[in-house]
Write a protein that binds this ligand. Structure first.
Ligand SMILES: NC(=O)c1ccc[n+]([C@@H]2O[C@H](COP(=O)([O-])OP(=O)(O)OC[C@H]3O[C@@H](n4cnc5c(N)ncnc54)[C@H](OP(=O)(O)O)[C@@H]3O)[C@@H](O)[C@H]2O)c1
Length: 319
């Protein structure tokens, strides 16, 4: 797997990230018991490692803490692994009922919540430090000076090396930067062939199309201008690209067949082709699908292929 430097850090990151949200989660498979989920998680993480993935994405809320907790089984299987991989987690989302019944699902960027959440992640992951900590979803009540203090304290204590955000617009990042002096090195955003709004926003600007609602205009360009690495969550659109008979699945199959790689590889290569050096954060638990995705590292789509996929994914021709 090719590596790329995370801007403003010394981190040499694999181009593809393994997302741990589905580890330890038996939402659609209630028949799996805890032990089976643990074994499955170790197999998934092993498959990612075998394919050269060295970057793992977590959040305090994944599986309500279970995903981080289960991931820590990997240290027993691979002593000495911790310093060879990059561990990222997120904070800032609180579930309904936390800390007491009646509290709504909400976002929380207070000093106490950020620092407590990071401590909780360290404990569950059984590690002394996080390489990267992200703010999960923008909190309208954010006081950037509090975020700055939390980040500085976590950094000074050696608990977090680098910081970033997720699902943030350019202005929201600028607001944080008014006080936060730690560099913000990542913005993790939803981006895939079906949900390509962040790229589409730059194309439909100035079009007279009142029915088209532009979301996130300028976010990608802002990240490129400011050396913030973009990470794409749900890069495989949960498998939706495979919908039988759709234009998109036909285009993907045609290119995959010609290049002798999987459809998953084509969908992932579409993100890797973007000059922002986007890192797809993949979420499949299946070793065979992890292998299929990682074939993307060995191909580069032509501009023609990239546009063909983009047009099929957005569902209409370009202006
Ligand atoms: N920052 C944020 O707000 C945010 C939000 C969501 C996710 N994330 C991060 O992004 C990671 C990936 O998210 P995701 O799981 O939604 O992404 P994804 O890689 O697009 O989707 C993977 C999911 O789709 C299923 N799937 C079904 N058919 C598939 C096919 N043909 N190809 C690929 N997958 C198929 C997989 O099931 P199988 O396991 O059976 O393959 C798996 O459950 C998460 O683990 C998390 O780290 C971040």
């Amino acid at each position: 797997m090719q590596k790329q430097k995370l801007y403003n850090t010394e981190i040499e990151a694999s181009r593809i990230i393994y997302g741990c949200m589905n580890l330890g989660n038996n939402r659609n498979r209630p028949e799996l018991n805890d032990e089976e989920m643990r074994r499955e998680a170790v197999k998934s993480v092993n498959a990612a490692l075998e394919h050269g993935i060295n970057f793992f994405d977590h959040a305090d809320i994944y599986g309500r803490g279970k995903s981080e907790e289960i991931f820590s089984d990997i240290w027993k299987a691979h002593p000495g692994l911790r310093d060879k991989i990059i561990m990222q987690s997120k904070c800032g989302i609180r579930f309904a009922g936390d800390p007491a019944s009646g509290a709504p699902h909400r976002f929380d960027f207070t000093y106490e919540h950020i620092t407590n959440s990071a401590e909780g992640s360290l404990k569950r992951l059984k590690t002394d430090y996080l390489d990267v900590l992200l703010l999960h979803r923008p909190d309208p009540l954010v006081r950037p000076e509090e975020v700055a203090r939390a980040f500085d304290d976590l950094h000074k204590a050696g608990k977090v090396k680098y910081f970033g955000v997720s699902n943030h617009t350019a202005y929201q990042i600028d607001l944080l930067k008014k006080y936060v002096t730690q560099p913000l090195v990542v913005n993790q955003l939803e981006l895939n062939l079906i949900h390509s709004d962040l790229i589409n926003a730059g194309i439909i600007t100035n079009q007279r199309k009142p029915e088209t609602f532009i979301r996130g205009e300028g976010t990608l360009e802002y990240c490129r201008l400011n050396d913030i690495t973009v990470q794409a969550w749900s890069p495989l659109a949960l498998g939706e690209f495979n919908k039988e008979g759709s234009d998109l699945s036909n285009v993907i199959s045609e290119i995959a067949g010609r290049r002798n790689v999987s459809s998953e590889a084509i969908v992932t290569a579409w993100l890797l082709k973007h000059p922002a050096k986007i890192q797809p954060v993949i979420g499949t638990r299946r070793p065979e699908r992890i292998a299929a995705v990682c074939q993307a590292d060995s191909i580069e789509l032509t501009r023609e292929e990239w546009y063909k996929l983009f047009i099929a994914g957005r569902g209409e021709d370009l202006p």
